[in-house]
Design a protein around this ligand. Structure first.
Ligand code: VG1
Ligand code: CO
Length: 567
């Protein structure tokens, strides 16, 4: 401890646009860096936490995905936490810690929550995006009641507090205390390793010996390729696969150095943005491939020659095979959950096993209560998010280790495993079309018109021909959800059009973009004729996609005649 740090109270002007979206507040990096935009948001958060519990009793965790302005952001948070009388901050070294790892640290050390500096799958760098996400003491994303309350504060803020003289080296693991003017207790900062606690958690869930032998001894030819897309996962990948599992020869890794601009790439693990992995896999040298997003909560799973496992199927296959993972043998398996647009593949597994299935709005925050009350064990979203109740965030590495655990036990290729799954349950063909960053009001007008159809019921029971098929609308609504645990109500979560044959079309606007509006179209159709199982999903779903575009008049409203991304 050296000297006393002065608390400065600085004047600031509120912003009207700090409403958190599906997962935190995301804006261009430059926006965050100017006019106290970042400081205002952080002060509003501290003010909100203080309403629940005195900050001098609070320990909070701070991490980030390594993008531009994360280190600076961490330093500002440290200075502001000091000035706001926070008891202690646990900070990831260099500010680098994946979203799932932050969730783990929050839980493991029984802290009061945390801040993750990430815009997740959005590109990073000074000309791209930045983001701030708040997590609560269960380790999960703050629910809407909290984010709305923070948003209220951002619109009224007049001052923020900062101790600008505090300087701490966040690259060195250590603990440091600071004396703050007017405070009876010292402010403590502990810099912790980004990876250690997370590795320990993975070791408590999976059988590392089985994984080790999969990668090393029994199957000499079991090679895998992991691409971290220059996001936060690099250090986790090399530590787990090369050190802990000793798979230097069998696990080929790429882009494992976190970069501030993700190498100029879009750190989103899908077939479009992770095409490097797709190409690497196509040669057939690897049995398994995976990629993660910027903050490590998303995953994409590929089999030999780039065989694509949709996230919807990934969830269903894991649900069907959970008993191979020691964690679930110990903790038991409760129900399952999926976000509304996610295909019904997991529903079929739940039905067969006699387990509950919950359908929630898009966004991981809706799974938290279900996990806390032990209603569900695993859950997922079509957007490449899969996870379990070991933490309260989706977890890319967990998904990959789960898949490898299953493969090690069933002794089959990814493709074979999927085929077998479809033979048992039938196949849900699924696709998502994204129309990103559309300027103007077109997307809103398009959704408004669809909402109108929901209210008037005028399309109900109507039959539409498309290609060689006919589709009759059985239900059309704007999805809403009442949380079964705390009864909180959420509405306008996406337009659902459900046909008499069980096929579904969903339209919604993204809540994670930072420019223009992004329209997402989701299509899900179930087949139980085995002769269709090896068909191409895009081909199978073409009639429904055309029908969806026609009903919504997407081209007329948005000016787009093709999507930016298809998954
Ligand atoms: C998207 C996905 C959603 C996911 C969210 C955050 O939201 O659709 O399923 O939970 O991103 O993921 P939206 O509103 O853009 O559709 V992450 O990895 O960016 O935190
Ligand atoms: Co993410």
């Amino acid at each position: 401890m050296s000297g006393t740090h002065k608390v400065e109270i600085r004047e600031t002007k509120p912003f009207t646009d700090q409403k958190p979206g599906t997962s935190g507040l995301r804006k261009p990096t430059k926006t965050f860096k100017e006019n106290n935009y970042f400081e205002n948001f952080i002060q509003s958060y501290f003010d909100d936490v203080q309403e629940q519990k005195p900050l001098q009793q609070c320990t909070l965790v701070v991490g980030g995905d390594g993008r531009n302005f994360v280190k600076e952001g961490v330093k500002i948070i440290i200075q502001m936490a000091a000035a706001n009388n926070v008891h202690k901050l646990i900070v990831a070294s260099n500010g680098i810690m994946s979203t799932p790892a932050v969730s783990n640290v929050i839980r493991k050390y029984s802290t009061d929550g945390g801040i993750v500096l990430t815009a997740s799958h959005n590109p990073g760098g000074i000309n791209a995006d930045y983001g701030v996400k708040f997590n609560i003491s269960n380790g999960g994303p703050a629910p809407e009641a909290i984010t709305n309350s923070i948003w209220d504060k951002t619109r009224q803020i007049t001052h923020f507090k900062i101790c600008s003289t505090i300087d701490i080296d966040i690259s060195q693991l250590h603990k440091q205390q600071f004396q703050i003017e007017g405070s009876s207790q010292p402010f403590e900062v502990e810099i912790i390793d980004s990876v250690d606690d997370y590795v320990e958690l993975m070791k408590s869930i999976f059988d590392f010996d089985i994984l080790k032998s999969l990668l090393n001894y029994e199957k000499e030819h079991f090679k895998i390729m992991i691409n971290a897309l220059s996001g936060v996962m690099g250090p986790y990948v090399t530590r787990i696969f090369h050190q802990e599992l000793q798979g230097k020869d069998s696990v080929i890794v790429k882009n494992c150095q976190p970069l501030e601009d993700f190498g100029g790439h879009h750190p989103d693990p899908n077939l479009t943005y992770a095409h490097e992995l797709v190409e690497d896999m196509e040669h057939g040298d690897y049995e398994f491939g995976a990629a993660f997003d910027g903050d490590g909560d998303r995953n994409m799973i590929l089999g030999k020659k780039g065989f694509f496992v949709t996230p919807c199927d990934s969830l269903a296959v894991l649900a069907a095979n959970l008993n191979v993972i020691p964690y679930f043998r110990t903790h038991g398996i409760n129900g399952y959950a999926r976000s509304m647009p996610t295909s019904g593949a997991v529903d079929r597994v739940a039905k067969k096993q006699g387990k509950e299935l919950y359908e929630t709005p898009t966004g991981w925050k809706f799974f938290g209560n279900l996990m806390d009350s032990k209603k569900i064990s695993i859950c997922g979203e079509e957007s490449f998010g899969t996870g379990s109740d070991h933490i309260r965030e989706k977890d890319g590495m967990w998904a990959v280790l789960s898949w490898l655990s299953v493969l090690a036990t069933v002794n089959k290729s990814v493709e074979h495993l999927l085929n077998q799954h479809w033979q048992t349950y039938g196949r849900n063909f699924f696709t998502r079309y994204d129309y990103e960053e559309i300027d103007g009001s077109g997307p809103f007008a398009m959704l408004k018109r669809l909402e109108g159809f929901c209210m008037s019921n005028e399309l109900l029971n109507k039959t539409f021909p498309s290609g060689t098929k006919q589709y009759t609308i059985q239900l059309m609504d704007d999805f809403n959800y009442t949380d079964p645990i705390d009864q909180s109500y959420t509405e306008k979560q996406g337009i659902r059009i459900i046909f008499t044959d069980g096929s579904r079309i969903v339209f919604r606007l993204s809540g994670t973009g930072s420019r223009g509006a992004t329209v997402r179209l989701y299509v899900d159709s179930y087949e139980n004729d085995p002769s269709t199982y090896d068909k191409d999903a895009q081909e199978m779903l073409q009639p429904l996609v055309s029908l969806a575009l026609n009903i919504a008049q997407l081209k007329e409203f948005t000016g787009r005649d093709k999507p930016t991304v298809i998954t």
